[in-house]
Design a protein around this ligand. Structure first.
Ligand SMILES: C[S@@+](CC[C@H](N)C(=O)[O-])C[C@H]1O[C@@H](n2cnc3c(N)ncnc32)[C@H](O)[C@@H]1O
Length: 496
């Protein structure tokens, strides 16, 4: 395949004529024989790993591209094809259901994945129809078997006869319930759409923002870097990379491109990839006002270490040091790695403990404790393309119990007068407000004060930031361009 048939975003410009004159040397022998397009083959193989092995697409795709020598525009095409197909699976399945003569669950998984890839090319990427169909039929023949080619050909031709907007109108017309309709059109499981609607309303946002929020979940996020304070300035990082400063966090830098690997500050650990919302809540946690000593900070759930590295950099400039805790040993190793560039003096140690035990084992031992709790990740759906299909409503109560236990432990581990930051990358009310309310209700009245997180975040952002008139902070992809991070700041009262 000739690479110049694709534009810089990997969208295909030319026809289906040429096959296999690009990265042949890196193809599997069977692909070489069949002449299948390496980018489409990679996308298919990632989808199968996601389906068969519960793999994470963002972990599987980059090494697969590298090992097969798929680069440049072909790599961009494969990335958009993979992530777009995964995100919009719900919408595409609704289209496919109107084009095949049997329920989709009676179609073999690999055939269904080939069809979804074909639909995304035709309806989502505007690949010329003849190229999309013939290349996808070729993929079906090579990867699934000759028997599937006819079905794929017929179904994709049918899909291509109607524009996306018309398909969506047809689908909408079938669905009287508004949430169900929005769910299928914007490709979210219904329980997630409902949870996001409730979260918007609970956080004081108008419910008619729901469509924009769901749409934002379907857009690929820009790569955001953090300039770790004391290691590199935001300005220097902007100069060094093709980028612009973030909107709210004074440490954030937004890349124009998508490959941070070539930036020396990232390679050297002076900067890292981190959502701007994650940076903002970490900066706010570290800036929350309190009296007395401010020397020993605990990051209770630190893996893989993004916030720990930012905290350690901040701690260094303030003469403080952090303990980074993580329950999973392999994730604790990642924390060690993320801390490689920060001065040793700002890291007391990385430890593998159950955070729920720290409160009883080390009561009143820290000046600040961050609980970046394990959560459903409903605030980062744009970043994890398959996660919306993998999560289930049953996850929520299990996580909420763990979140309550971790927050309770944090309030025991912090000294009287110290600060606890409760953070989730989910706006789900059962993981945010309900957790905080329940934990505070179980403690003696007056033993914990709520700190005005909104005031702290606004001061850090130094700009008029759209935030609800509440003491906790909820960020939104459609509003702030960040993940939907939640932050509650608490101060343990000083008892007389
Ligand atoms: C949301 S992630 C933290 C992300 C991290 N703070 C960062 O910015 O890179 C939650 C982490 O909590 C860890 N975790 C889960 N249960 C835990 C527990 N009981 N004690 C400590 N850590 C736990 C998970 O393994 C996961 O690494």
């Amino acid at each position: 395949m000739s690479t110049d048939r694709r534009d810089a975003q990997g969208r295909e410009r030319g026809g289906a004529r040429s096959r296999g004159d690009g990265h042949r040397g890196a193809l599997n022998p069977s692909d070489r024989r069949s002449g299948t397009d390496p980018a489409r083959t990679v996308a298919f193989d990632v989808l199968r790993e996601v389906a068969d092995s519960d793999a994470y697409a963002n972990l599987v795709l980059p090494p697969m591209l590298r090992s097969r020598g798929v680069s440049g525009r072909d790599a961009a095409f494969a990335t958009e094809l993979t992530y777009g197909t995964l995100r919009l699976r719900g919408r595409y399945d609704a289209v496919l259901a109107l084009c095949v003569d049997r329920p989709l669950d009676r179609i073999d998984g690999p055939v269904l994945d080939v069809l979804r890839l074909g639909v995304h090319q035709v309806l989502g990427m505007r690949v010329p129809v003849h190229a999309a169909v013939s290349e996808t039929v070729g993929l079906a023949r090579a990867r699934v078997g000759a028997g599937s080619a006819q079905l794929v050909n017929a179904v994709l031709r049918k899909v291509a006869r109607t524009e996306l907007e018309e398909w969506l109108e047809l689908i909408e017309a079938q669905e009287p319930d508004e949430v169900a309709r929005m769910s299928v059109v914007e490709s979210h499981p219904q329980w997630i759409t409902r949870a996001l609607r409730d979260a918007l309303m609970g956080a004081g946002r108008p419910v008619d923002e729901l469509g924009s929020l769901l749409e934002a979940d379907n857009a690929a996020p820009r790569v955001t870097l953090v300039a770790r304070p004391g290691l590199i300035s935001q300005e220097a990082l902007v100069e060094q990379s093709e980028s612009r400063p973030g909107q709210y966090a004074p440490t954030a830098v937004i890349l124009q491109g998508s490959d941070p690997g070539g930036i020396s500050a990232v390679r050297d650990g002076l900067a890292g990839v981190q959502d701007e919302g994650s940076q903002l809540v970490t900066l706010a946690f570290a800036a929350a006002p309190m009296d007395g000593s401010d020397e020993r900070w605990l990051d209770m759930c630190a893996g893989p270490g993004g916030k720990a590295a930012l905290l350690a950099a901040l701690a260094s400039s303030r003469g403080a040091r952090i303990v980074a805790n993580e329950i999973q040993p392999h994730r604790a190793d990642l924390v060690e790695r993320s801390l490689a560039a920060v001065p040793d003096s700002s890291v007391e140690h990385v430890q593998v403990w159950d955070g729920r035990d720290i409160g009883t084992q080390e009561p009143s031992s820290y000046d600040r404790v961050l609980v970046d709790a394990p959560c459903t990740g409903l605030g980062a759906l744009r970043r994890r393309p398959e996660s919306r299909w993998r999560r289930s409503p049953a996850d929520v109560p299990v996580l909420a119990t763990l979140q309550r236990e971790l927050l309770t432990s944090a309030l025991e581990a912090v000294r009287p007068g110290g600060i606890v930051g409760y953070v989730t990358c989910s706006p789900h009310l059962a993981e945010t407000r309900a957790v905080v309310t329940d934990v505070l209700r179980a403690l003696p009245e007056g033993s914990v004060e709520v700190v005005d997180a909104r005031a702290v975040v606004t001061e850090i952002a130094g700009t008029d930031m759209p935030l609800a008139d509440r003491t906790d902070v909820q960020l939104w992809p459609h509003l702030h361009g960040t993940d939907a991070m939640h932050l509650t700041l608490l101060r343990r009262a000083v008892q007389n």
